[in-house]
Design a protein. Structure first.
Length: 135
């Protein structure tokens, strides 16, 4: 089974129904719900998602987070991941943290809309739409 690391922007595309990214995010999460792929994210990405849901969809925030959590596992970000991110060549620190969390999770691919900031990634980085085309 393929393991995918899902960045917060994809979780927000789904949760906030952001077009034109909503449908690929929905299809990706349906695969996770049905256990066709193993979805994972970092504790940082999950908390970031909470922050934006609280700002833009507070009435549905709690239920949305519970649904996301049922579909994906969460990798804790600790000292080792932070230290690797600090030593990395990534320009964006948060993206470095996500990258090393994905490696820690043994993810096959990182799913994000922010591909350009992952140019130093040692694992493939795809949008949800690109990933779905590989299936």
């Amino acid at each position: 089974m393929r393991k995918v690391f899902i960045d917060s922007d994809v979780m927000l595309d789904l949760s906030l129904k952001r077009e034109p990214f909503y449908l690929p995010a929905l299809n990706l999460f349906e695969l996770c719900y049905k256990s066709h792929i193993k979805g994972t994210t970092s504790s940082v990405a999950f908390v970031n998602t909470n922050y934006f849901l609280d700002r833009f969809a507070p009435a549905t925030r709690s239920e949305t987070l519970k649904k996301l959590r049922r579909a994906i596992s969460i990798i804790e970000v600790g000292e080792a991941i932070i230290d690797l991110a600090l030593k990395s060549d990534f320009i964006d620190f948060e993206d470095a943290v996500q990258h090393f969390a994905a490696i820690s999770a043994k993810a096959d691919v990182i799913i994000t809309r922010n591909i350009k900031d992952y140019k130093h990634s040692t694992i493939p980085v795809l949008t949800a739409e690109q990933f779905l085309k590989t299936l």
